[in-house]
Ligand binder design. Structure first.
Ligand code: ATP
Ligand code: MG
Length: 177
């Protein structure tokens, strides 16, 4: 199974993101369907069910022993990565808890046999894929609040028409306020 840890925006937030996006940008690249909008914390890749099961046990243990608070994010920055043609929306700054979560999840994934991720973490929600040039700067600066409620483990399924994500399990976090 192809899996990753991430944050699923609630429906209202997902709609706010896609509405803002659709007001800003004309065609160019492939817009991510509203149901697919998400923020990846740590990518696992292909893992066996038994390994995923054990991984979940380790996440249980970690969150049982530590108080990890939910992140409140202000999505107020857009970016473009020419290498993979991704145009994204993310926070300019983010709370330490997000880095703590990513550090631990990367560590747990590596010990489960996933490829170690060395890239610096830039929290982002992908808006468009396959942009071959930088989209125009947004006319209206974004400022969309994304409140994390939980850490979700997603399965990523390749479908004929694209990709679909499915939450396998999720761990609620204590609210940060
Ligand atoms: P597709 O690959 O079919 O175009 P996708 O990239 O959304 O769709 P996945 O490749 O399963 O689907 O990726 C799931 C999530 O993990 C996405 O947010 C993706 O950006 C991220 N991701 C994928 N590969 C990596 C990687 N090697 N390192 C970090 N994040 C990754
Ligand atoms: Mg991919």
């Amino acid at each position: 199974m192809r899996v990753f840890f991430g944050i699923e925006p609630d429906q209202q937030t997902a709609l706010a993101i896609s509405n803002w996006r659709d007001r800003q940008f004309g065609p160019g690249g492939r817009p991510v369907p509203v149901a697919n909008l998400h923020l990846t914390l740590a990518f696992g890749g292909e893992l066996d069910i038994a390994v995923i099961d054990e991984l979940c046990g380790r996440v249980d243990a970690w969150l049982g022993e530590n108080s990890v608070s939910a992140a409140t994010l202000a999505l107020n920055q857009t970016g473009y990565w020419p290498g993979n043609g991704i145009y994204w929306l993310g926070p300019r700054q983010w709370p330490t808890t997000l880095d703590v979560q990513v550090g631990k999840l990367r560590q747990l994934l590596a010990s489960a046999g996933a490829r170690r991720e060395k890239q610096r973490f830039q929290p982002h929600v992908t808006l468009f894929r396959r942009c071959d040039k930088a989209p125009p700067l947004p006319a209206q600066a974004p400022d969309i609040r994304l409140q994390q409620r939980e850490i979700a483990l997603f399965e990523s399924r390749r479908l004929r028409g694209g990709v679909a994500y499915h939450v396998l399990t999720a761990w609620p976090l204590a609210s940060s306020a």
